[in-house]
Write a protein that binds this ligand. Structure first.
Ligand code: IPD
Ligand code: CA
Ligand code: CA
Length: 264
């Protein structure tokens, strides 16, 4: 089975297993601090178990880097890494806000730039986004592309959760100049929305994003024709360590970077 097929199958299984849980007491159960540093909720644990059980069942030779479970070696002879954020947007999922997803990616080496496949499923409605290197990006089977035209409304995604006052000050010119700023609370799904052309730029300069939050979005945005840059406007790359924290800028084209980012 192709890697993308494995990721899509198991992403659908997560959707089936958690779709009725959002907003219930059962979703919220506290399992202590996970490998990514946040509290693991019952919904996170159920979703991760779905993936681990499936990968074991099909005997996929890999190392799993899960946001909650940490590094799980499923083989002595791994083909690569499955980078798993089984539930991204856990706060939304637990509260019942219908904006959360699963994010699964496959990398052949210990680098973001070696990611070959990624799948993000919107767990509030089942929409599935995926991409494989050099094969394009898709949503529910239809090709997607970033929004590369002058928009009627310029929509700018900015993650400001827990941002420092210095960063807020730095971003202030963007808030003043633009009327349609958005922050939905699930980084991976926001990357998928950006890749689909629903936002013109998506920025997270807090230096808080983990590899698991970004891995599937990385390949989906690239395959949808978007630019992914670090805070110094260089092409985004990083190792897959649990300690790594990332800032990034996703933009449809250089003009948007000139208009929005270089103004700050
Ligand atoms: C979080 C979400 C959120 C972002 C946080 C992430 P989680 O992931 O992506 O949008 O602001 O930095 O930690 O904890 O819900 O998987
Ligand atoms: Ca996450
Ligand atoms: Ca998570």
């Amino acid at each position: 089975m192709e890697v993308i097929e494995i990721l899509r199958n198991v992403s659908k299984m997560i959707y089936e297993n958690v779709k009725d849980l959002a907003g219930t007491d059962n979703a919220a159960g506290d399992f202590g601090i996970g490998a990514g540093g946040d509290i693991s909720r019952n919904i996170d644990i159920i979703a991760e178990k779905t993936v681990l059980d499936y990968l074991k069942e099909i005997k996929f030779d890999c190392i799993v880097l899960g946001e909650e479970c940490g590094r799980v070696e499923l083989s002595d002879n791994p083909k690569g890494f499955i980078i798993m954020d089984a539930i991204d947007g856990s706060a939304n999922a637990v509260r019942g806000v219908p904006f959360f997803c699963s994010s699964l990616a496959f990398a052949t080496e210990d680098r973001l730039s070696s990611i070959t496949d990624g799948v993000i499923t919107n767990l509030s409605n089942g929409d599935m986004y995926w991409a494989s290197k050099d094969k394009g990006a898709f949503m529910n089977g239809l090709k997607i592309k970033v929004h590369d035209k002058d928009p009627i409304y310029k929509i700018i995604g900015i993650n400001t959760s827990g941002a420092s006052s210095d960063l807020m000050e730095q971003l202030q010119p963007i808030f003043e100049k633009h009327n349609h700023i958005r922050h939905f609370g699930a980084n991976a799904l926001e990357m998928a929305f950006f890749a689909r052309g629903l936002m013109d730029v998506f920025i997270d300069l807090r230096n808080k994003i983990r590899i698991q939050d970004i891995a599937a979005g990385y390949i989906i945005i690239k395959e949808a024709g978007g630019l992914l840059l670090d805070a110094n406007l260089n092409p985004l790359d990083a190792d897959l360590s649990y300690k790594t924290r990332i800032s990034f800028i996703a933009a449809a084209n250089q003009k948007i970077i000139d208009d929005v980012i270089l103004q700050i």
